[in-house]
Design a protein around this ligand. Structure first.
Ligand SMILES: [Fe+2]
Ligand SMILES: [Fe+2]
Length: 420
């Protein structure tokens, strides 16, 4: 069979990129077709024979025995005319390699309803060669992790990153808005609240990180969103810690009941139930708490850290609500699973104290602003109003997910007294 194509490598060796020209020329041929390869590199014959063996092609000398050009090819020749000529017959190995290869969905389109474990770490839309290691991801079904607003939420998260070092004025000691120092006891209340916030933020960081580690990367927008959520919480841990330390004093107290409440979130094994308990009920409740602390902040740094955290938390809540609603619409019976998760958590925490009493008292004092009986009455009422707003918010989100109003009220009442 005559050689149908020609590849001239000039003096380029196969050990310096010449194989790219060969592979490109062979890609245009069908198995069994021939390619004439010419070149002047002194090792072309040896390298070409080895390369062909490795890639399943056959190589033969195209030069007639005793040809002058072939003799010259064993040493580097001048720029005129080919010094060596060989014929390569294309083999079938390249074809066989991609036999059974599949596309891992569509890169630009929505993700598949089920992500194959054998796609492993391949990019969505990539042509996946068979035989790689399976990913072993626990969450590989779209309805169990997805919401259509995930791509937009991730884009918003990426565009809203802020730098804790510059977004807050960390000049110490903290000054009240009047310019004088924050009174000692009010400052202790701020430090106690910040101490409480940090432990909640740490739980809120660990949970998305844990879900992320078990998520199939085919659902890349959810993966990216959870990664940015964990990064948000890392910043919240930082700014609340920095605010607590701004006056130089020790941190406040951490109650056993508060930690027990958070621990139940860490133990939740199901993706959606964990997202529901953390983001819909916990972080949803925290939106009102952060608003409250922001509105009653005695100083600019406290107002700033809560304002910044609120912006991020709104996204976390939006994902939790949208995803839970997405699954509840796809699987009506899932509302029962969610209900059980709230009841189970309530039963587990029945014997614990719930909210740290020092945190509750600190919130009252922040809202009161002073120790006068009248101010304390106002602060007390403000915290009761806060709890009412938290309850309303939870009922609203539960209703959006699909719970009837009476059930939403019942479940909201069972939510942990620790807020998160
Ligand atoms: Fe947070
Ligand atoms: Fe959060």
């Amino acid at each position: 069979m005559p050689a149908s194509q020609l590849a001239d490598l000039a003096d380029l060796g196969l050990d310096e990129g010449g194989h790219l020209l060969l592979a490109r020329a062979l890609a245009r041929l069908a198995p069994g077709e021939r390619l004439t390869v010419t070149g002047r590199h002194p090792a072309l014959r040896i390298h070409l024979a080895a390369w062909c063996r490795e890639h399943g092609h056959q190589a033969a000398d195209a030069d007639p025995p005793g040809d002058d050009a072939a003799q010259a090819g064993r040493t580097r020749a001048g720029p005129t005319g080919p010094a060596a000529a060989m014929v390569v017959v294309k083999g079938r190995a390249g074809e066989r390699r991609w036999l059974g290869a599949v596309r891992a969905g569509d890169a630009a389109g929505p993700p598949e309803t089920r992500a194959d474990q054998t796609w492993g770490l391949a990019a969505r839309g990539a042509l996946v060669e068979a035989g790689g290691p399976p990913i072993g991801a626990q969450w590989s079904q779209r309805e169990h992790v997805w919401t259509d607003i995930a791509p937009r939420l991730y884009a918003a998260a990426a565009a809203s990153q802020w730098d804790p070092a510059t977004a807050v004025d960390w000049t110490a000691p903290p000054r009240a808005f009047s310019g004088s120092a924050v009174p000692e006891e009010i400052e202790r209340a701020v430090v106690q609240v910040m101490t409480y916030l940090v432990e909640n933020e740490q739980a809120a960081l660990i949970i998305p990180a844990r879900l992320l580690s078990q998520l199939h990367p085919h659902y890349r927008e959810v993966m990216q969103l959870l990664a940015s959520q964990a990064a948000d919480e890392a910043r919240h841990v930082e700014v609340f810690t920095r605010r607590a330390l701004l006056s130089g004093g020790p941190l406040g107290a951490s109650s056993a009941g508060g930690r027990a409440s958070l621990q139940t979130l860490l133990a939740e094994p199901d993706f959606t139930t964990a997202s529901f308990l953390l983001s819909v009920l916990g972080e949803g409740t925290f939106l009102d708490l952060l608003h409250f602390i922001h509105d009653h902040a005695p100083d600019q740094a406290t107002a700033d850290v809560t304002r910044l955290a609120l912006r991020d938390e709104a996204r976390h809540v939006a994902f939790g609500v949208a995803h839970t609603a997405h699954l509840a619409r796809a699987e009506k019976s899932y509302l029962g699973t969610l209900r059980q998760s709230v009841e189970r958590r309530h039963a587990t925490l029945l014997d614990t104290a719930g909210l740290n009493a020092e945190v509750f008292d600190s919130l009252v004092l922040l809202a009161a602003g002073s120790w006068s009986p009248e101010a304390i009455r106002r602060g007390w009422q403000a915290v009761r109003d806060l709890q009412d707003r938290m309850d309303e918010g939870r009922r609203r989100r539960l209703a959006f997910i699909g719970f009837p109003d009476d059930e939403a009220a019942e479940l909201s009442a069972l939510h942990t007294r620790n807020f998160m």
